[in-house]
Design a protein around this ligand. Sequence first.
Ligand code: ATP
Ligand code: MG
Length: 232
Amino acid sequence: MSIALAATGLRKSFTVHAQGGLTLPVLRDVGLSVETGECLALVGPSGAGKSTLLRSLYGNYRVQAGSIRVRHDDGWTELVDAEPRIVLDVRRRTMGFVSQFLRVIPRVATLDVVAEPMIRAGRSRSEADARAKSLLDRLRIPERLWALPPATFSGGEQQRVNIARSLGVDYPVLLLDEPTASLDAENRDAVVDLVRERRDAGAAIVAIFHDANMRDALATRVHRVALPGVHE
Ligand SMILES: Nc1ncnc2c1ncn2[C@@H]1O[C@H](COP(=O)(O)OP(=O)(O)OP(=O)(O)O)[C@@H](O)[C@H]1O
Ligand SMILES: [Mg+2]
């Protein structure tokens, strides 16, 4: 095993303009590292900053201090204050993110929604289509829906399309924010199997799990996130 993602000294606060510029500290000197084949579960009370930490690792939030280094193209790439094109390149090939909700793209067929990141990462159309079909099938999206845009799908169907879209590329680093929050048990099991395969193939995973069963099934280690201002 070797380290795939390492963060140190992360600091993040939000400024709430509606409150006259009130500052909410969320991350204070947070650090973590994840090795290949590991699934690190972020655990802590609601509001502790788990999603903020994950989004900061992905570069969706800009941190005020610290370092986030990811193994990319056989070297280390620093993501804090990196140029946008570097962040985009890391996201295209090295680091995937499964959010809680699908950002629906109007008028694009489900199959294309799932195939698109694979094509962007360099796969051929036919390879991407084949993999997209296999993922949709494993995630139990009925074939009659594949040609339709997911806009009108149920919450659980959209979430499974979202997962299929994020698992098509074999990202070496995978970030998951409650990927199964709106799924029933059978669909959750399908997601557990897919994520476990990625982990066992050597992906480094950081995840927030909605449910303890899923965490027990996948996590190899736990990282506690404390409420801001509460010290252990
Ligand atoms: N964009 C934002 N602007 C202002 N405050 C925010 C923003 N995002 C998060 N926060 C605040 O940061 C704190 C941490 O939120 P975060 O979503 O990271 O918590 P969490 O640990 O993921 O909680 P949960 O388990 O409920 O999902 C909360 O107090 C939240 O209100
Ligand atoms: Mg959260």
